[in-house]
Design a protein around this ligand. Structure first.
Ligand SMILES: *[C@@H]1O[C@H](CO)[C@@H](O)[C@H](O)[C@H]1NC(C)=O
Ligand SMILES: *[C@@H]1O[C@H](CO)[C@@H](O)[C@H](O)[C@H]1NC(C)=O
Length: 203
């Protein structure tokens, strides 16, 4: 019986808190290396952990806002810039990951700052709602004026100046761990519970 409890307790954290894996620099429609996030909209529960897994090139996951998808918010999450050698295949083991615990089910918004292409769709919705939908967020991104874009001759508008000041100083909370096979196995509470049930039956 002690053995049962001991083994069960090893699995308990995995059961209570699910993981949601989100590829960065991976095209969600082709499954290949590419633009944005795979998937680009997720619905974690309170207490779940989003595991960002980075593909080739330089990418960073930065928290933004629904109305201004392509500009970081100063106090928000910032994964820091993750650079991965092109020799890594799209789903190779050993890709770097950065995790974020989701504390409630309020909507959260992110973009790939280092990878650029926010206006082309390199954005992520977390728990979008009916009033703040994934589609509306993507439309806001497509229409966003990106401050860092070089002004063209016909564009003399002054940049808003937002988007800076979201440096790595705001990212100490991000924990970085190498991806492991175990991470991939447990992608949700339901699966965790079935593992636990199977263990229980065995012992
Ligand atoms: C990328 O990996 C290849 C093959 O392992 C290696 O030859 C090359 O030096 C690496 N490039 C960088 C920038 O680390
Ligand atoms: C959840 O809370 C932890 C601990 O306070 C914090 O590090 C993390 O950034 C929070 N998550 C979000 C999405 O704000």
């Amino acid at each position: 019986m002690m053995k049962c409890i001991y083994i069960a307790s090893l699995f308990l954290p995995l059961v209570l808190a699910g993981e949601v894996l989100v590829g960065v620099g991976k095209d969600e429609t082709t499954g290949k290396k590419g633009l944005g996030f795979d998937p680009s909209s997720v619905n974690p529960r309170a207490g779940d952990t989003i595991v960002f897994e980075f593909r080739s090139g330089s990418h960073s996951v930065v928290q933004s806002s629904f109305t201004n998808p392509c500009a970081g918010i100063g106090s928000g999450f910032n994964s820091g810039v993750q650079t991965v050698n092109d020799s890594f295949g799209v789903d190779d083991p050993g890709l770097p990951t950065v995790s974020l615990v989701v504390n409630d089910t309020q909507p959260l918004w992110f973009f790939d700052q280092a990878g650029g292409l926010c206006t082309k769709g390199a954005v992520l919705s977390v728990n979008p709602s009916t009033t703040q939908s994934d589609a509306a967020f993507k439309a806001n991104a497509a229409n966003a004026v990106v401050a860092s874009a070089p002004p063209s001759a016909s564009d003399t508008a002054t940049p808003s100046g937002s988007g800076s000041g979201s440096g790595s100083a705001s990212s100490p909370a991000a924990s970085q761990t190498p991806a492991s096979g175990a991470d991939r196995l447990v992608t949700g509470g339901a699966y965790g519970i079935s593992i636990l049930a199977a263990l229980w039956a065995l012992l």
